[in-house]
Design a protein around this ligand. Sequence first.
Ligand SMILES: Cc1cc2nc3c(=O)[nH]c(=O)nc-3n(C[C@H](O)[C@H](O)[C@H](O)COP(=O)(O)OP(=O)(O)OC[C@H]3O[C@@H](n4cnc5c(N)ncnc54)[C@H](O)[C@@H]3O)c2cc1C
Length: 464
Amino acid sequence: MKYDVTVIGSGPGGYVSAIRCAQLGMKVAVVEKYNTLGGTCLNVGCIPSKALLDSSHHYHDAEHTFKEHGIEIAKPKINFEQMIARKGEVVKQNVEGVAYLMKKNKIDVFTGHGSFVDKNTIKVAGEKEETISTDKVIIATGSKPSTLPFIEIDKKRVITSTEALVLKEIPKHLIIIGGGVIGLELGSVYARLGSQVSVVEYFDKIIPTMDSTMSRELTKSLKKLGMKFYTKHKVTEVKGTAKTVTVKADTPKGEVLELKGDYCLVSVGRRAYTDGLGLENIGITTDKAGRIETDAHLKTSVDNIYAIGDVVKGAMLAHKAEEEGVMVAEQLAGQKPHIDYNLIPGVVYTWPEVAGVGKTEEQLKESGMDYKVGSFPYKALGRARASMDTDGLVKVLADKNTDEILGIHIIGARAADMIAAGVTAMEFRASAEDVSRMSHAHPTYMEAVKEACLAASDAGAIHM
Ligand SMILES: Cc1cc2nc3c(=O)[nH]c(=O)nc-3n(C[C@H](O)[C@H](O)[C@H](O)COP(=O)(O)OP(=O)(O)OC[C@H]3O[C@@H](n4cnc5c(N)ncnc54)[C@H](O)[C@@H]3O)c2cc1C
């Protein structure tokens, strides 16, 4: 059989694209080298990390906030094996859900490593070797953890996020190289469970790509959790033995910091994954970072081949991969879809959560644009006092002349869910005053967004 479209990779980019193609009437094949569908996100990324974040959050609350809520229980004990097993079950339900969606949409799944024979032929090396004949191809092969040239990931003591999700024990001292999203989320999990957690970061702040206020506030909150930060430190050596790990780093003063722990999580970013894809057979090249080059429509240098998600430039986020998957499918069906990359939100699922969309204050400063800032703290919210989640704030950046919202940055309880309202407002090019005049249910965390918009406009916040 000849397929209209073959998607290589079944992560959120690939499987969503496959579904949209099928919905639009195309005959679709998906090639996935692992036995379960869903890619990094469902198997070793977004979903398992959130499952452990939720479990560790419950434990932390039981230990630290129940008493104040008037709930007295015996000292809670961690059954780590069960925590990891529950996470495994959550992953299973999700990957099975994707398999169901493939069947429902009559998409054929080929299990095995896919590679290009030529621009219309894909070889699948699985239990048996199969060949797919196809009109169009969407490359959605995602990414893998990257490391530093001198670090050997032994997967026992010196680990990546993948191993950190299946540890057999809670580390006594977890050293994390990299203060980005993945390092901080997994660091939070283990800090809540009682590990000593040290984060070594090359830049002068954690989550360096997000708005600086978010970085500052998150540092404060995570320090309260007991996490230690070594910013402006350049890691020079990582050595693992059977039971320990030693990390050396140059300090800003030119001295050497030596940390000893039992695990070292290397979370210095991810690299686009195209290994063994046979790109050389069709003349597709990659950029310096190993990403497949495409035009604005995500078409590669070969006319019938597209690439989406982590394997192309842009934020390595599941929802960005999904949007791109839908965009390519709709283009193939003759539609004219569009993605506004400025409005892809970024989220950190620590507690408090951090979420942002649009421009950061640093970006606005750099662009020389006239802007104004409105912010509102969680501690002034009735809802936050009720739930004991008073850490955090909402920061709204708006055009000084037109009042159009240019960026919304939230650190606080449920920021991850709240940012969708920010995206909606900005998609409709709302002004700060527009949002401040909309009724927000009371008491909710969202009232902080309304108040921050009031603070940005001439009216001023009511509850400050
Ligand atoms: C610990 C962690 C937590 C994360 N949390 C979040 C989060 O909360 N929110 C968020 O938005 N993002 C999160 N991410 C990032 C997110 O997982 C990725 O951005 C997303 O999975 C990218 O989707 P993708 O479809 O491009 O690629 P992937 O999900 O990486 O999928 C690519 C798939 O292609 C397959 N493949 C590769 N090569 C071949 C081949 N030659 N033949 C056949 N199959 C192949 C791979 O096996 C894989 O299944 C997290 C990542 C990690 C590691």
